[in-house]
Design a binder for this molecule. Structure first.
Ligand code: G16
Length: 556
């Protein structure tokens, strides 16, 4: 819980070039698995953990160079494979404001991860240094966090070897949720400035969220219990810690799937991805005494996603399960914030960002109220698009998302002169929401509190929230193919450009069903191609999704 510890002292590199001898010696201890191809994907480098040692070492080198490029600002490296099974792992790279690594560095990361020998590695690093004009004499600072996977310990060690070879100051943040690491990065880079984001400790994170939450729910009555599936991951201890800062009358939580010491249970039959993909309760919930109307939610393995759900009727009856996914969270938040802005009497543009996975009904609902943009999958894309609004609400249907308040929006909220007590109240709420919402990245804990605040303010249960619109029946399928990189997309991943001819065939199939939509894209976190399908008539969904999947399999 204490401040992350500095585990190596910064040494500015002297001289002109890279410390090639140090890199080569260290790299020889982290050989690349021959012939293995790594790719920087949707959320960094991710694959089977037992192949990742060399990649992690190299990510340490890149993290140090990124920090040097930015004059010694602190970069974050988070070792996690998030929603993937326990045998996978990966690294998410975090830029100084807490956002994902600038995309122009991604191809260099891929090239560096794939250098076959230590000499090739040095050559590919030199290319990066030359391309981005990195000043090697600048200092470097990198903070490293990790989730509960057993493979994290050795992979963190490999990263630290990379950082040491570059003489970077290394801050060991220890076990963290991904959003906590993003928070720490932003705090470390803004402390002592006018834009100080918060105290750069895990405790500071809990206090910031808890204080804002308590302000927002005080006087709004007692909270009914919320059941939380922690995916047997790092979200479990984080939730437990958070609740220490919030009195039980304000937040009553029943934490399930908290077995972090049973690694094989991570994301197994539980977690946000399982619930969203299968559109059902976590496995075994029928024995957990869940009741109709009770609010439930699921985190994923690194607690950067959340989906809510409830039962309309008895547990066990499939038709009684109702999912309140990222789209529903976006609609809830967009409506609530739009109202607050109106009552506050300030002029701010609120917009929403979605991906192709957004349910057609949600897009229709949102478009009737606010501007909506569509980006490719990946927080990195949505986050940047959301920055173009004064208040940018971005959520992927799978539960990744947050809300960004631009600097000028925050100033307007702070400096506005309220024309009425109602306007004053709305401004106070907006100001507390700026603190409650983790503006660096989607955050299951922060989003959970946000939903709780809105439901309490509205005096709503999940059913009233669910009433905003009815989702079109939808399905996501995985198709295993020999080479997923053959599948290339355009138009925010809504259409395939390769393999040639496949999109026409998909269009032909989709045309046979009422109000249907389907798209195909390669996953950037798993070795598969994903097929999304939705249509108006529930009984037509399976034929639609399986027909498109068959087409994909035939081309693979
Ligand atoms: C990551 C990304 C998300 C993305 C998800 C699935 O999530 O951060 O933006 O939606 O992967 O991506 P894909 O369909 O390309 O596999 P997480 O929770 O796994 O880090």
């Amino acid at each position: 819980m204490a401040l992350p510890s500095t585990i190596s002292t910064a040494q500015a590199l002297v001289g002109e070039g890279l410390p090639a001898t140090l890199i080569t010696q260290a790299s020889d201890a982290h050989p690349k698995p021959q012939g293995h191809k790594f790719t920087y994907g949707t959320a960094g480098l991710r694959t089977k953990a037992d192949t990742l040692d060399s990649t992690c070492f190299r990510v340490g080198l890149i993290g140090a160079l990124r920090s040097k490029k930015l004059g010694g600002k602190t970069i974050g490296l988070m070792v996690t494979a998030s929603h993937n099974p326990v045998e996978d792992n990966g690294v998410k790279m975090v830029d100084p404001r807490g956002e994902m690594l600038e995309s122009s560095w991604e191809p260099f990361c891929t090239a560096i991860a794939n250098a076959e020998t230590s000499d090739e590695l040095v050559a590919s690093l030199e290319k990066l240094v030359a391309h981005f004009k990195v000043d090697l004499s600048a200092p470097a600072s990198v903070v490293v966090g990790y989730d509960t996977r057993p493979s994290c310990q050795t992979l963190v060690k490999a990263i630290i070897d990379g950082l040491s070879a570059m003489g970077a100051q290394t801050i060991d943040a220890g076990l963290k949720t991904t959003p906590q690491l993003h928070y720490l990065v932003k705090c470390l880079n803004t402390q002592g400035t006018d834009e100080a984001y918060g105290e750069p400790t895990e405790e500071g994170y809990y206090k910031k969220l808890a204080n804002a939450y308590i302000k927002l729910v005080s006087g709004k009555g007692e909270s009914a219990p919320l059941t939380v599936d922690c995916a047997n991951g790092v979200g479990a201890p984080a939730l437990l810690n958070l609740t220490k800062y919030i009195p039980a009358e304000h937040l009553s939580v029943r934490a399930l799937r908290t077995a972090t010491s049973s690694p094989n249970e991570l994301n197994h039959g539980c977690g946000a991805d399982f619930v969203k993909t299968n559109q059902c309760l976590p496995a075994g919930y029928d024995k957990e005494d869940v009741k109709a109307g009770e609010r439930m939610c699921s985190f994923d393995g690194d607690a950067d996603r959340i989906v809510f759900y409830y039962l309309k009727g008895p547990a066990g009856a499939k038709e009684s399960f109702r999912l309140l996914d990222g789209d529903k969270i976006a609609s809830l938040a967009a409506d609530y914030l739009s109202e607050l802005v109106k009552v506050a009497g300030i002029d701010l543009e609120l917009g929403c960002v979605q991906t192709a996975y957004a349910n057609g009904s949600s897009t229709k609902y949102l478009k009737q109220r606010v501007p909506v943009t569509c980006t490719p999958t990946g927080v990195k894309h949505l986050h940047h698009a959301a920055e173009s609004y004064d208040i940018g609400v971005y959520f992927e249907a799978n539960g990744h998302g947050t809300i960004l308040f631009s600097a000028s929006a925050q100033r307007k909220i702070r400096e506005a002169s309220p024309g009425s007590p109602a306007a004053q109240g709305a401004l106070e709420q907006l100001s507390a929401l700026v603190d409650l919402i983790n503006q660096t990245v989607g955050d299951a804990l922060s989003d959970m509190l946000l939903v709780e605040v809105i439901l309490r303010a509205r005096q709503w249960g999940p059913e009233e929230w669910d009433g905003a619109y009815e989702d079109l029946p939808n399905k996501i399928l995985k198709v295993n193919v020999k080479d997923r990189f053959l599948f290339k997309t355009e138009d925010a991943e809504r259409r395939l450009t390769s393999p040639a001819g496949l999109q026409d065939k998909i269009d032909e199939v989709v045309g046979k069903y009422k109000d249907a939509r389907s798209f195909v894209r390669p996953s950037g976190t798993e070795d598969c191609v994903r097929v999304y399908a939705e249509c108006a008539i529930a009984s037509e969904l399976t034929p639609l999704a399986t027909s498109v999947s068959k087409l994909v399999a035939e081309y693979a």
